[in-house]
Design a protein around this ligand. Structure first.
Ligand SMILES: NC(=O)C[C@H](N)C(=O)O
Length: 600
């Protein structure tokens, strides 16, 4: 790094170390402004959209068996103080703002946040054994329709097919930037002892407070990547396992997020949901003595994609030419076949002759994918009508959403190996690994922010290569993307977005990279962030009229333009009912009127 960069870093470090007022406390009270007659919401509120699809969590015993009960969950949650703070709802006119029927609010979280959640209940509620890909599509569409209004999503779902739905949604949700968390329970929430309350509470707290841009599954104090799980126990509260990937988070004394494992989107594209799923797919489990006729029958049209569940590290009999011939015929005819192991843990490899024969028969190795993930990946990829067969096969073998472990590309240089970190450690007399990691975690966000401030992409690249997380915030929650957006470093913003930074990060003042780019008026950065899906909250945009009018009154056309690029509707009226354009018309500024008309 050049000397001038280091100088800049020193002054930045000084600036960053100034104490700041804790606004979360200030913001905990209702601000006096009003929007359409209603008070604005306190700024420590975060919103989660809950979709209740059914499952045991909301079941009751009827005719001696458990079945879903409609229109009962919200009423019952309202009576549970850990899942609904009645007093807060009344004091802050929550129902007037969001409607009485389906909105609830959690008590204040440890981090001082209020999670306001709105429940959409499906009709009919389903035992998840009754669910089909049409239900996955419906969930996907509802996430898409509500994406900009909420910080995160929780899907209440039966446990039996939850791993399938989680896997399918992980592929369908393209360029996802917010958490989508499936959860449910083994015992109905209405019973005295149940796991539903804890599971729902944990899922809500994570979905509302952490930008984990993944489809996840939360169960029994653990957050898993959705396409890595499988149901392993029909009777225990600990019903799921993620055999080949450690949990993304654990909720014990604290909520601990394993940020190194969290999947980063690395994209500048907007979130979308792919709803074309191909249902001509299937799972075929090998067993000793399986006949070639059985295999042949299974592979008949209209079959287009098959997950072959094989033995051990992806093995099948290599002394069965009849069977292998059927597999070869199928792959030759354009059926895509994935080789997945029947084992719970481990990966497919070509270390045995009995494994190599399947490669030779045209099967694609499925690595350590679960059969649930492999099946839904096939359904998703085969649904891509514009892709030819080879592109589809390439997609299948790629790691699209962290569903399989990437092969290690050589040992990574670790930040704790860096001389700089070691020098700090030595002067602090630190020797143990945990302490060294704590230093790295404390120092690297600040270094990354300093590099972002001066637009030093090389420095960021060096930090990235050393394994530091470029999406983490400093002590103020300010991420390198916030800094680059404030400074207007477009290349840097582009670099960060393609290396896992999230546009939804909030600093402790609630500012996002987009609000920084608007404040410092960097048009190109605003455009790029918007293209990547960044947006202001509906509340902010609904109440923007007065700010627009005051920009209009002071003739600040650049300010109005930047707000328009950031998604504001220039027709929103201010507190007195006038719009920005009416303000400039009244002042007789014809040029300004023309300028604004073009923007609208
Ligand atoms: N625990 C559960 O939710 C099981 C239930 N049969 C379901 O999957 O809907």
């Amino acid at each position: 790094m050049a000397d001038s960069s280091l100088d800049n870093m020193t002054s930045l470090a000084r600036a960053l170390s100034q104490p700041k007022q804790d606004l979360t406390k200030v913001c905990g009270v209702m601000p006096p402004r009003t929007v359409e007659g209603l008070p604005c919401r306190p700024c420590n509120e975060v919103r989660v959209f809950v979709i209740n699809t059914g499952g045991t969590i909301g079941m009751v015993i009827h005719d001696d068996v458990l079945a879903p009960k409609a229109n009962a969950l919200v009423q019952s949650l309202r009576k549970l103080p850990i899942l609904h703070d009645k007093l807060y709802a009344q004091n802050t006119c929550l129902y007037d703002y969001y409607g009485r029927n389906n909105t609830l609010v959690l008590p204040l979280s440890k981090a001082n946040n209020r999670i306001v959640y709105t429940i959409l209940e499906y009709k009919p509620l389903l035992d998840s054994s009754n669910m089909t890909p049409d239900d996955w599509v419906r969930i996907g569409k509802d996430i898409k329709d509500n994406y900009e209004s909420y910080n995160g999503f929780v899907i209440l779902h039966g446990t039996d097919t939850m791993a399938y739905t989680a896997s399918a949604l992980s592929f369908m949700c393209e360029h996802l930037g917010k958490p989508v968390i499936l959860t449910g329970s083994q015992v109905p929430i209405y019973e005295l002892r149940n796991d539903g309350r804890d599971n729902l509470l944990g899922a809500l707290l994570i979905a509302g407070q952490f930008v984990i841009p993944e489809v996840c599954l939360y169960f029994y104090n653990k957050l898993y990547r959705g396409n890595r799980v499988t149901k392993v126990d029909a009777a225990s509260f600990n019903a799921f396992s993620s055999p080949n990937l450690a949990p993304l988070a654990t909720t014990e004394l604290d909520i601990t997020i394993n940020w190194d494992t969290v999947w980063k989107p690395k994209t500048t594209a907007r979130f979308q949901v792919s709803t074309e799923l191909n249902q001509n797919v299937g799972l075929l489990r090998l067993f000793p003595g399986i006949t070639a006729d059985t295999v042949k029958a299974f592979l008949q049209p209209p079959m287009e994609g098959v997950v072959l569940e094989t033995y051990g590290s992806g093995n099948a009999p290599d002394n069965r030419p009849d069977l292998l011939a059927e597999l070869r015929k199928a792959t030759d005819s354009g059926i895509i076949m994935i080789n997945c192991t029947q084992c719970l843990r481990g990966t497919v490899s070509a270390s045995y002759a009995t494994g190599k024969v399947l490669m030779d028969a045209g099967l694609i190795p499925g690595g350590d994918m679960t059969p649930e993930a492999a099946l839904s990946k096939l359904s998703y990829v085969l649904g891509k009508k514009d892709f030819d067969l080879n592109s589809k096969k390439t997609m299948i073998s790629e790691n699209l959403r962290g569903e399989m472990s990437a092969e290690l590309d050589g040992a990574k240089l670790c930040l704790s190996d860096s001389r700089f970190i070691q020098a700090i450690a030595q002067s602090l007399s630190i020797s143990c690994k945990e302490e060294l990691k704590a230093i790295c975690d404390a120092v690297t966000p600040t270094l990354a922010c300093a590099a972002a401030k001066i637009g030093d992409i090389q420095a960021l690249e060096a930090l990235n290569k050393m394994g530091s997380n470029l999406w983490l915030g400093d002590y103020d929650g300010s991420t390198p993307l916030h800094v680059a957006a404030s400074e207007g470093h477009l290349d840097m913003v582009q670099y960060l977005l393609s290396h896992g930074a999230t546009v939804y990060a909030k600093d402790r003042y609630g500012d996002t990279p987009l609000s920084k780019a608007v404040r410092f008026r960097h048009k190109d950065v605003v455009k790029l962030l918007r293209k990547t899906g960044a947006h202001f909250s509906r509340d902010k945009l609904d109440g923007i009229g007065t700010e627009l009018c005051s920009l209009a009154a002071s003739g600040d056309m650049e300010g109005l333009e930047i707000w328009s690029l950031a998604g504001a509707d220039l027709n929103k009226p201010g507190y007195d009912g006038k719009t920005a354009i009416q303000v400039v018309q009244a002042a007789g500024k014809t040029e300004a009127v023309e300028f604004l008309t073009q923007l609208m």
